[in-house]
Design a protein around this ligand. Structure first.
Ligand SMILES: Nc1ncnc2c1ncn2[C@@H]1O[C@H](COP(=O)(O)OP(=O)(O)OP(=O)(O)O)[C@@H](O)[C@H]1O
Length: 272
């Protein structure tokens, strides 16, 4: 059912002012059979911020990202993106949205039969079929340099470390110069040094490119390192959104219980 012609009209991105509301998940419900994931869930995302979504296993963190790029749709509620209700978008209407909202998948999701350069060029060929080959090459080289992997176009994914694969996945995600980057567990399975370099990259996407990021993570150090705000999913809704400092001092029972269970991870040398 379509709510109005205005909210489903052709998508055209309007540059937002920093800090203004960019995305609003409004009264979302979602269930898979008997499993209810969201019940009247609300969350806003502001332009230019890095918003971390944390929560226990199976609370619906990844489903949230998938709803935003149209891989899943909510049962009811709206996903407002610059006045458009993405929850009502068809697959065809989603195509231009995906140029502005890109996902860095958990396992990087590279095409193993394509080399690094071809992987990064892939979304350019999809979204800009008329882009001249030398411009594609230049754009690929620029994005690989941005993720500290210059001159790696000819390498094959099978020869890359986990951290390098993540970086290539990011270069591919930012090839179309999206305004919003969705990160699904960006540091899972990485060693501490590589994890820190991914945290630096997430921050640099904001400071160098002005991107808005939504980061889903289990990694508390990463959450508190990159998050301007942190949202906590529990009991099928967002129970609190706040700055890292506000979350650390939260009195919301679900947040307290979640963070207290991870105190050692957050403060390996003892709580301040
Ligand atoms: N396509 C699907 N079909 C059926 N159930 C699904 C589907 N996708 C997600 N679910 C279920 O929805 C719930 C939320 O899944 P989601 O992947 O968002 O959890 P999560 O918070 O990201 O968990 P984790 O931290 O363990 O990755 C889970 O119970 C999951 O099994």
């Amino acid at each position: 059912m379509r709510s109005s012609s205005q909210t489903t009209s052709e998508f055209a991105f309007q540059p937002p002012r920093p800090g203004e509301q960019l995305i609003y998940f409004e009264h979302l419900t979602k269930a898979f059979g008997a499993k209810r994931v969201y019940d009247d869930m609300d969350l806003d995302v502001r332009a230019g911020e890095t918003l971390v979504v944390m929560g226990g296993s199976g609370t619906g963190k990844s489903v949230l990202l998938k709803c935003l790029i149209g891989l899943l749709s909510p049962d009811t509620g709206r996903i407002l993106f610059q006045g458009h209700d993405l929850a009502r978008f068809t697959e065809e209407q989603f195509m231009p949205v995906r140029r502005h909202v890109a996902m860095v998948f958990q396992g990087a999701a590279l095409f193993d039969s394509l080399n690094v350069g071809e992987n990064v060029a892939y979304p350019l060929r999809e979204h800009f079929p008329d882009m001249p080959a030398d411009e594609v090459r230049a754009r690929v080289a620029e994005k690989l340099a941005l993720v500290d992997l210059p001159n790696t176009e000819r390498l094959m994914p099978s020869g890359l470390s986990g951290g390098m694969r993540k970086r290539v996945g990011l270069a591919r995600a930012i090839a179309t110069e999206p305004e919003v980057i969705l990160w699904d567990e960006p540091t899972t399975g990485l060693d501490p040094v590589t994890t820190q370099s991914i945290n630096v990259l997430i921050n640099s996407m904001k400071t160098r490119l002005g991107c808005t990021s939504i980061v889903v993570t289990h990694d508390m150090v990463s959450a508190f390192t990159v998050g301007d705000r942190i949202a906590m999913l529990a009991n099928r809704r967002i129970v609190q959104v706040g700055t890292p400092r506000e979350m650390l001092h939260s009195t919301v029972p679900e947040v307290r219980a979640f963070l207290d269970a991870r105190r050692v991870e957050l403060f390996p040398g003892g709580a301040p």
